[in-house]
Ligand binder design. Structure first.
Ligand code: ADP
Ligand code: MG
Length: 295
């Protein structure tokens, strides 16, 4: 009688392949018993490298528990290169500080949106090491687009961490995992903070907002950096304080030959809005002041 895996047939390739296929199927079909629900995943906090987690000091609201579950709460805003979602990370059943928080998940798209319209000029001076990746990016292949998406995500992550270290008002960067950045959700009264462009500040508040941006741009310039896409659309108004967002294209003013152009454009975007609101500010004066801070 033949047993299920007779030893005299172990070298029969057909039987062996079948056995292997079966083993692989078993491996890939394995589903843990305590699977999470739709729109959920286990917290990815412990799955990412230490360098992919936010800098110390870590705010007390960051959830680090292995028991935490991530739940999609819905889309905040779709953009050209990335979409912003709200994501809850919580230990099931808990709403305690440090065990439950809502964050923004900014996810760069690798597939459909091939035009990273600002790529070329911004990345001058930055290099793609792997030549296969460089060729794929140049050709706009699917692989190239996903490499580009990861690079923009990593670039924004580094900018957030750097800005945080410089003491700038940016959302706290919680973690990066491939093309997804998790960061602090900037709110007013529990709602997403409006973009500066949607607000109508006047008087002292208007002046204070401008001073906050001028100060932040000064800190960046002294570090040899410019935001590169600063405008009232990439600044959130959280009550009396502003938060600066959308930093993947932060520009190195020294290495990038077009650095000064980006800085000037930031100054024009900011000053144009404040002038329209009635504040007597001047883009050329701000630009000159910031260039002066650099050297
Ligand atoms: N940390 C955050 N807190 C609150 N809202 C945010 C945050 N990050 C992004 N948003 C919202 O999502 C929008 C798009 O984010 P942004 O980083 O500017 O990406 P995009 O490249 O699509 O412009 C913002 O205008 C803002 O309304
Ligand atoms: Mg933006």
């Amino acid at each position: 009688m033949s047993s299920q895996f007779p030893s005299d047939r172990a070298d029969d390739p057909t039987t062996l392949d079948l056995a292997l296929d079966l083993a692989l199927d078993l491996t890939f079909d394995y589903v843990p018993l305590d699977e999470v629900g739709d729109g959920q995943r286990w917290s990815t906090w412990l799955a990412v490298e230490p360098l992919s987690r936010g800098p110390e000091p870590r705010p007390d609201w960051v959830v680090t528990s292995q028991a935490a579950v991530d739940t999609e709460l819905g889309i905040l805003k779709t953009g050209k290169e990335a979409d912003a979602f709200l994501l809850e990370r919580a230990v099931p059943g808990s709403d305690r500080l440090g065990e439950s928080v809502v964050m923004v998940a900014k996810r760069y798209r690798g597939e459909d949106h091939r035009d990273f319209h600002r790529s070329a000029a911004y990345t001058e001076g930055r290099r793609v090491r792997n030549t296969r990746d460089a060729r794929a990016m140049a050709k706009g292949t699917a692989h190239g687009r996903s490499v580009a998406a990861s690079q923009w995500a990593w670039s924004e992550w580094q900018a957030l961490v750097r800005c945080r270290e410089l003491g700038l008002p940016v959302p706290y960067p919680v973690q990066i995992d491939g093309t997804e950045i998790l960061m602090e959700w900037i709110t007013v009264d529990g709602e997403t903070a409006p973009r500066l462009a949607q607000t109508r500040p006047a008087g002292d508040l208007l002046a204070s907002y401008f001073e906050q941006l001028r100060e932040a741009m000064g800190v960046l310039a002294r570090a040899g950096l410019a935001h590169g896409d600063l405008s009232p659309y990439n600044v959130l108004a959280a009550g009396e304080r502003l938060a600066i967002i959308d930093l993947p294209q932060v520009v190195d003013l020294v290495a990038n030959p077009a650095g000064a152009d980006f800085l000037l454009r930031d100054c024009v975007n900011v000053c144009t809005w404040f002038r329209a609101r009635g504040l007597d500010v001047d883009a050329d004066a701000l630009f000159a002041e910031l260039l002066g801070e650099m050297f």
